[in-house]
Design a binder for this molecule. Structure first.
Ligand SMILES: Nc1ncnc2c1ncn2[C@@H]1O[C@H](COP(=O)(O)OP(=O)(O)OP(=O)(O)O)[C@@H](O)[C@H]1O
Length: 234
């Protein structure tokens, strides 16, 4: 298996006025190509923080993070904005709670925009994505007029359109009904198999977690990998 991200003795906390609040302490882990992982843990334990770190949206306090780019692992410690945006554009698909859709644009243009950043054209995979996500009849609609669930599905299509090597998803089915949620989980798993991409997904749902091969649990500032008989908690 090919390693795409490594965290080595990574710690992260936040300043709160005079005090310092440690969130993740001395965490080491690897993400492998094609691996799908459900990330669980109590509220406030650091799940989104971990996703933000791996996506380069938060810096780490100590330790190191290495990311595979052009065939080699690179420490991100000296990365400038240029390297981060290249990594995010080319290798990363992000499905976060804030959809960050381009609001003056319609559904098709939102998806097209993410393809254009990688000089990619609309492909049969995009048609399949839109079909499976129920977006085909909505392609010409302005995204700001869509419901929360519809916007979430557009965000998912946009994140998957360029078949990224790593998908970071934070409760990707949070705004969807059960049918649409299962459809999204099937799509994510299909993509992981087809394109050998890795998925790290925060979820509180046992049903969604069951689609992933592995379970990681955040507790006491540590990541417990594949905990036996783990009970999902909110
Ligand atoms: N930018 C920030 N500034 C200060 N504190 C932060 C920041 N981001 C996160 N935190 C704190 O870090 C801790 C972990 O937050 P995080 O959002 O990662 O938890 P979570 O496990 O994703 O929680 P939830 O399941 O409720 O979404 C919380 O105590 C939170 O208040």
């Amino acid at each position: 298996m090919t390693t795409i991200v490594t965290l080595e003795n990574m710690s992260k906390g936040f300043r709160d006025g005079e005090s310092f609040h440690s969130v993740l302490n001395n965490v080491s882990l690897t993400l492998q190509q094609g691996q799908t992982i459900a990330l669980t843990g109590p509220s406030g334990s650091g799940k989104s923080t971990l996703l933000n770190i791996i996506g380069g949206f938060e810096t780490i306090d100590s330790g190191d993070m290495l990311i595979r780019q052009t065939g080699n692992m690179h420490s991100v410690t000296k990365w400038q904005d240029k390297q981060w945006s290249h990594y995010r554009r080319q290798s990363l698909g992000v499905i976060f709670q804030q959809f960050n859709l381009l609001t003056p644009l319609n559904v098709r243009d939102n998806i097209q925009f993410s393809l254009a950043l990688n000089q990619l054209a609309w492909s049969p995979w995009c048609d399949e994505l839109c079909h499976q996500l129920g977006l085909t009849p909505l392609l010409a609609r302005n995204v700001e007029n869509l419901s929360g669930g519809q916007q979430q599905r557009v965000a998912i299509a946009r994140a998957l359109a360029h078949k990224p090597q790593l998908i970071l998803a934070d409760e990707p089915t949070g705004n969807l009904d059960q049918h649409a949620g299962l459809q999204v989980m099937k799509l994510l798993t299909e993509l992981a198999q087809q394109a050998n991409c890795c998925i790290l997904m925060v979820t509180h749902s046992e049903q969604c977690a069951a689609f992933m091969q592995h379970r990681w649990h955040v507790e006491n500032q540590q990541i417990v990998i594949n905990p036996a008989d783990m009970t999902l908690q909110g």
